[in-house]
Design a protein around this ligand. Structure first.
Ligand SMILES: Nc1nc2c(ncn2[C@@H]2O[C@H](COP(=O)(O)OP(=O)(O)OP(=O)(O)O)[C@@H](O)[C@H]2O)c(=O)[nH]1
Ligand SMILES: [Mg+2]
Length: 332
């Protein structure tokens, strides 16, 4: 089995004016036990995607059939035509160059190629910035935006930040209440208004975040399809209003993608990126999907950093994306 790399140390900086000031020493880090349990969850979650790929390496001999089976398995895992072709070409070249003779060696070579491909997607969400770090969360309906905000609130708090949430999904019934429940679970305040304009709610939330010196402000937005032009325009408007409320904001615009989406995920990344210039992605529902290969497709076709991956519905089921850890779990 591959070794997964230890996570980098937690962010240590304290933004100016953050009332939740913390010192490097007090920043919580994941314990060794937490690391193991997260890896086990990753492994279990990615089993469906991974087993199709690893079953290719059940024998010993490296022949054309192995390459063909692997190509099919990558496509079934929703790696996509482009990324699959890239990986297969690179693997064939490496197998030749390194005179690979066993399937075990071939599997290791594939793991290395996958890590190389996915490493550029790794990026730490920078908490060492001036407060408030204004973050907009967008995505199609049901991708896991609101749930991810709940989990992120927990993550940011665990890293010593105060958090304010803005319920800017005024579209779906009960969206506001759903965010308020996540707020209560984390003990964080939620700026919400019955009805109202999402941009106005976000504007108010920024004023509040500045006045009360919150470390991170996250705006939940309504689910929308890239084809719904008026809703994409609304998203752009929210971004413009945020920029007016605070120069330099929004600091992060994150797209939440359901890991079961398959190849449509790439189209979503492109469309949202073209509309609002994404700074990062959150891939949710990787627990139990057979389509985890989509990260490779994103890496090849629109490499926006994957800040976090979601592996369940609980508060702790969201963690930073680490390519080597992901690949190790996938191919273990
Ligand atoms: N298994 C699993 N379920 C998840 C994950 N993230 C979210 N969900 C579930 O997905 C469903 C939709 O999540 P929401 O957070 O409401 O999604 P949303 O994008 O805010 O949805 P809309 O606001 O309606 O567009 C809920 O049942 C969540 O519990 C995850 O990582 N794993
Ligand atoms: Mg929602």
């Amino acid at each position: 089995m591959l070794n997964f790399r230890k996570k980098p140390a937690s962010p240590t900086g304290v933004p100016a004016g953050d009332t939740s000031s913390t010192t490097a020493a007090s920043v919580p880090t994941r314990s060794a036990a937490d690391e193991v349990s997260w890896f086990e969850r990753l492994r279990t979650g990615l089993r469906k995607t991974g087993s199709n790929i690893t079953s290719v390496f059940a024998g010993t001999k490296v022949d054309e059939a192995v390459f063909e089976d692997l190509e099919s398995a990558l496509l079934v895992a929703d790696t996509g035509i482009e990324a699959t072709a890239y990986l297969m070409n690179a693997l064939r070249a490496r197998a030749k160059r390194e005179r690979i003779e066993t399937q075990e060696q071939l599997k290791s070579a594939l793991a290395e190629l996958l890590v190389e491909l996915l490493v550029p997607l790794e990026k730490r969400f920078d908490l060492e910035r001036e407060a408030p770090i204004v973050t907009m969360i967008a995505g199609v309906n049901g991708a896991g935006k609101t749930t991810s905000i709940g989990k992120l609130a927990r993550y940011f708090q665990a890293h010593g930040k105060t958090v304010l949430l803005a319920a800017a999904d005024t579209f779906r019934a009960a969206a506001r209440e759903q965010l308020v429940v996540w707020g209560q679970r984390n003990g964080v305040h939620v700026v919400a208004q019955e009805g109202g304009d999402p941009a106005a709610i976000v504007f108010d939330a920024i004023a509040s975040a500045r006045a009360r010196q919150f470390g991170v402000m996250m705006a939940d937005t309504a689910g929308r399809l890239p084809t719904q032009q008026h809703l994409m325009e609304e998203l752009k408007k929210i971004k413009r209003v945020i920029a007016k409320a605070l120069a330099g904001a929004p600091h992060e615009i994150l797209l939440v993608i359901d890991g079961n989406t398959g190849q449509n995920a790439v189209a979503q990344v492109k469309a949202f990126d073209d509309a609002v210039s994404l700074t990062g992605l959150i891939i949710t529902k990787l627990d139990g999907t057979a389509k985890g290969g989509v990260l490779a497709a994103i890496a090849r076709q629109r490499p926006i950093p994957v800040y976090f991956i979601g592996m369940g519905e609980g508060l702790d089921d969201l963690q930073p994306f680490v390519a080597s850890e992901f690949v190790a779990a996938l191919l273990s």
